[in-house]
Ligand binder design. Structure first.
Ligand code: G1P
Length: 262
């Protein structure tokens, strides 16, 4: 629910998924995170009051959080056993269909939408597709890292995947960002609930087991990713997204100049 400019991170994730044509959403939440689900309910009292008082601009600002009835569901991850375990908790929702995963602490700025680009690749190649970007070698221990096969500069054949390797052991510096399009077969591997890096059930380990079956690609997507799980990344996202807004751009530029010169 952390806001960037004037909307919570979850809103950016839902908007990006919608842009890719996705119509059914499942939030994987846990203890103390009910506000994520409540956010998508109609704020009946507030909306009625605003309507009565003719405050249409404020009423319109609530629109993005409205979602078609029946299109949003949620499952609970009762224990924080890792990302792989979280995804496995949604197995009934996913059923037999390919699906996208968006980790909302990563937000991606750009015209096209990152998941839309993954879906476009999926429609051409089939199989699994993950969004990737280069990171400094010393940061490989923060991400899932690719072992790279054929690479045409945009689309990369995935030969192997390692979760958070030490820089010395990392097969490349190409990291997975929090956007995936995966085949439902991943659930077979996740259901074993094997522990990996950090003692957690890792999505990366289950994905690694799918290599060699269906095609598996990494996409150097177009757009800029901000890691809002990191303090500096979160602050950078505020600046970048505010500068994109016509109503805030000038004020923001003024602030940046003022504080940069101080
Ligand atoms: C998770 C994944 C990791 C991926 C990262 C992207 O890590 O396990 O492979 O690179 O998201 O943000 P986390 O950020 O949960 O530690």
């Amino acid at each position: 629910m952390l806001p960037v400019v004037d909307r919570p991170l979850i809103q950016y994730a839902i908007d990006e998924a919608r842009k890719a044509g996705i119509e059914q959403f499942c939030l994987i939440t846990g203890r103390g995170k009910d506000s994520l689900i409540d956010y998508f309910d109609m704020a009946f009292e507030l909306e009625t009051t605003l309507r009565e008082r003719g405050k249409t601009a404020l009423l319109e600002a609530l629109q993005p959080s409205s979602i078609e009835a029946g299109s949003l569901t949620a499952v609970r991850q009762q224990e924080p056993l890792g990302l792989g375990h979280a995804i496995w908790c949604a197995r009934s929702f996913i059923g037999d269909d390919p699906f996208a995963i968006l980790l909302p602490d990563d937000i991606v700025q750009g015209e096209q939408g990152c998941v839309k680009q993954l879906v476009d690749v999926y429609n051409e190649t089939g199989g699994n597709v993950v969004a990737v970007s280069e990171v400094p070698k010393e940061h490989t221990n923060r991400y899932g890292i690719l072992d790279v096969g054929h690479d045409d500069g945009k689309l990369v054949e995935v030969k192997g995947l390692v979760e958070k390797p030490d820089p010395a052991d990392a097969p490349s510096n190409l990291s997975i960002i929090g956007r995936y399009v995966l085949l439902p077969e991943i659930m077979t591997h996740l259901s074993k609930l094997e522990r990996g890096a950090g003692g957690e059930v890792q999505l990366t380990d289950a994905m690694a087991k799918m290599i060699g079956g269906a095609p598996f690609h990494g996409l150097r997507y177009e757009g800029i990713r901000y890691d809002c799980g990191d303090k500096a990344g979160y602050l950078e996202a505020q600046i970048a997204f505010a500068l994109e807004r016509p109503d805030l751009r000038e004020a923001m530029r003024g602030f940046i100049k003022k504080y940069a010169d101080a």
